[in-house]
Write a protein that binds this ligand. Sequence first.
Ligand code: UDP
Length: 477
Amino acid sequence: MESEAPIHVLMVSYPGQGHINPLLRLAKFLADKGFFVTFSTADAVGKLMRTANDISHKSVTPVGDGFLKFEFFDDGGVTSSDDSKRTLSDFNAQVERSGRQYVSQVIKEHAETNHPVSCIINNPFVPWVCDVAADHGIPSAMLWVQSAASFTAYYSYFHKLVPFPSQADPYHDVKLASVVLKYNEVPDFLHPFSPYQTLGTVILEQFKNLSKPFCVLVDSFEELESDYINYLSEFVNIRPIGPLFKSPTATDTSEIRGDFLKSDDCIEWLNSRAAASVVYISFGSIVCPPQEQVTEIAHGLLESEVSFLWVLKPPTKVFGLPPYVLPDGFLEETREKGKVVQWSPQEEVLGHGSVACFVTHCGWNSSMEGVTLGVPMLTFPAWGDQVTNAKFLVDVYGVAIKLGYGQTEKKIVSREEVKKRLLEATVGPKAEELKKNALRWKMAAEAAVAANGSSAKNLDAFLKDIKKRGAVRVKEI
Ligand code: UDP
């Protein structure tokens, strides 16, 4: 039976902010183009998303020519247990158990209808999604939410293509395509000194079943990472389709968001500041710098006298850290010049004309947002691919100044250094050079997603691909 119903794409995201954001951006794009997209993740974060945004479980929203439905699967009460006792492995195992059941059930429920699930898209950390899809004979694709360079690192490590730092040789440099990464610039989950090697294991799981997804989408663009994309193309059907948050849609989808926290009001405050005068500071959704580092940053801000917007969330529960304390009188003294918030509408902030530079933990989403919006950066990575992204932002893309170290190095950046680097990134010849490079990348990113741009063409080819595969499935039913 042939059907006019929109092609149904099921998306399954790992319950992390840095995973939800890029996958949801792709979901909105596909819905806008006429697909019926079910966007799902564990209820552990579904609860947060429903509280912070105007979305609800199972409601279907028309988006452009298609539809977007949020669905949050029961995670077996994974959030109700005591956070401090729960390890990440327990959490991931529980998400996998409930997620596998959920995905199978959605496939079965829709199999006999006129909109069976025709394609499943996941992101890393939930590689089992590709297994379930394959078991049911449904095509799947994976959206890699880090850079193509980081993908190359994990791929090369997994297939032992080049030697990596090891217990025997922990300071080994790694040559990946055109760039040599020092031992502390390799995604640090792969490093023997990292306290988070289990996360490396979780990511490498995705590389075990890479033959299952029919393609790997990357939230990056060819012009930015051509060496890595060309290199990987020999082994993997890789399609850079980013920056996803800049992909034009016929309808405005900016109100559909998946934040875990409600944003504080930042835009009105930014409107009151002079052009290119504000330093924006954010360490993403998970990273919590040590209290001592927070104190040094605060003093660096005071001493440099710059205007700032600082996202300072209370430390993430799993780390069991006490709430941050700012130096005595800090908020009063900086009332005229600064604002401290718990969460910001980051894309809007980075796109605001009063922002001069971005002190970032270098998560890939934040890095892409900064690069794509033409904002010079100061790098303050903590772990994982952040240390690799920091290297690329500084030495390859030329848009950033190095400020912090990965947390494995246990180094605190002094207030003097913070002040010096903040001033270097905001006034004078280095600031101008960074801005010039940043604007060059901004133009390249905009061209990549514009009609006939490299990412737009790849997205178009992907849409055609899933339409073709979807049409075949609907005929089969
Ligand atoms: N973000 C935001 N408001 C904030 C801080 C972060 O909207 O105050 C968003 C940011 O735009 C990005 C995501 O949260 O899309 C963080 O992802 P990233 O990969 O940078 O870091 P992670 O949180 O995964 O470490």
